[in-house]
Design a protein around this ligand. Structure first.
Ligand code: GTP
Ligand code: MG
Ligand code: ZN
Length: 352
């Protein structure tokens, strides 16, 4: 049997127990989230869980909902085969992205992370502005970052040295580990960073080798990976964030680019416009509207002839339509509250 401390529940969280937990409740860690369904992990196993209606009712923004890596208080039901989440512990660290919109809204990526591995492939994916964005994201959530330059087997030694120099030249002083999942070079250095009981999150574009790296640690192909297309465009093999517990620490694998793309538009728009999404990652401002901002790489691409005016126009048209249809933050909150009340009455009726 594991102990909670093996899952990262250290004295910092321990200090909050009396404020948060009721006597009849247990403590567990969120290992996966799918809309309103959760999977939690305790000392023994993973168990499906749902939010208590009362908790849902008091939620003011999506930021307060449990996310992967969160510590929660739970009540077990049906012979410990299901659980209800009643509260969330304060987050020591977090990774979140800003969503553009009428009001500032944040999407939580993961909570209570010790180190964020910011993974870029040496080959097609190397991009300093994007690296900076991820570094800002880590700093925002008080997470220590380490840059991983993956797929070093695809470039020459000289090219690798140039890339390392470019990183330093850009003023990035973060530790960089260059590695290849194919030759195994650099893998020892990566492993030396890892410690049991600590939590790591892998961030980076689709297809850069995040999941392959975890499989390498596990020692077999436990998780799905997929070959990237010739253009280097990823296919989003990892579908959702997931906490994986290994001897060498816990890993949160995340899906690549599309989800972590810093554009606020919905998936429907992003699909089919991956080239523009990719460009927008190099825009100076994370919430760039690609209409007039200086440092907008989408507009620059049009000027350079890399992107056609027609393609740009159809993208902007779709984006506008989708933003109109997307619920505003306030409307969402109202709906969430209504849903919370719905669960509450349903439960009352059940008891009768
Ligand atoms: N040449 C080379 N290929 C690699 C390396 N690491 C991974 N790959 C390949 O790159 C492809 C994508 O790897 P994944 O691990 O699925 O990438 P990912 O970052 O998890 O992608 P998403 O889950 O879509 O975010 C697979 O075909 C891997 O075999 C490497 O070091 N060198
Ligand atoms: Mg993956
Ligand atoms: Zn832009």
């Amino acid at each position: 049997m594991m102990k909670l401390i093996d899952l990262g529940f250290d004295p910092w969280f321990e200090a909050h127990v009396d404020d948060i937990r009721h006597e009849d409740q247990g403590i567990a860690r969120v290992s996966a989230v799918d809309r309103n369904s959760y999977i939690i992990r305790n000392e023994l196993r993973e168990i499906p869980a749902e939010l208590a209606g009362k908790f849902y009712f008091h939620v003011e923004s999506s930021f307060e909902l449990p996310c992967v890596g969160d510590w929660v208080t739970v009540q077990y039901h049906n012979d410990n085969t299901s659980a209800i989440i009643h509260g969330v512990f304060p987050r020591r660290t977090f990774l979140r992205r800003k969503r553009a919109g009428v009001e500032v809204d944040y999407q939580m990526i993961a909570a209570n992370i010790d180190i964020a591995f910011i993974v870029q492939s040496c080959h097609f994916d190397f991009n300093l502005p994007r690296m900076n964005r991820y570094l800002v994201m880590a700093a925002d959530g008080h997470v220590e970052p380490i840059v991983i330059l993956a797929k070093t087997d695809l470039i020459s030694h000289d090219e690798l040295q140039q890339k390392l120099a470019a990183i330093r030249h850009a003023g990035i002083t973060t530790r960089v580990i260059a590695l290849s999942n194919i030759t195994g070079s650099g893998f020892d250095e990566f492993q030396e960073v890892l410690m049991s009981g600590r939590t790591y999150c892998l961030l980076g574009s689709s297809g850069v080798g995040k999941t392959t790296l975890i499989n390498h640690l596990i020692g077999r192909d436990a998780l799905d990976t997929k070959a990237v297309s010739g253009t280097g465009e990823g296919t989003h093999t990892t579908a959702r964030r997931q906490l994986i517990v290994l001897d060498k620490g816990m890993f949160i694998d995340t899906p690549g680019m599309r989800e972590l793309g810093l554009l606020g538009a919905s998936d429907g728009v992003d699909k089919g416009f991956e080239d523009i999404i990719e460009l927008s990652m190099a825009c100076r401002y994370a919430d760039c509207s690609h209409t007039q901002e200086s440092g907008c790489s989408v507009l620059t691409a049009i000027t350079n002839g890399e992107l056609s005016q027609e393609r740009y126009s159809s993208y902007m048209k779709l984006k506008k339509e989708s933003e109109y249809h997307e619920m505003s933050y306030v409307d969402k909150r109202k709906k969430d509250r209504a849903f919370g009340r719905f669960i509450k009455t349903a439960k009352k009726n059940m008891k009768r």
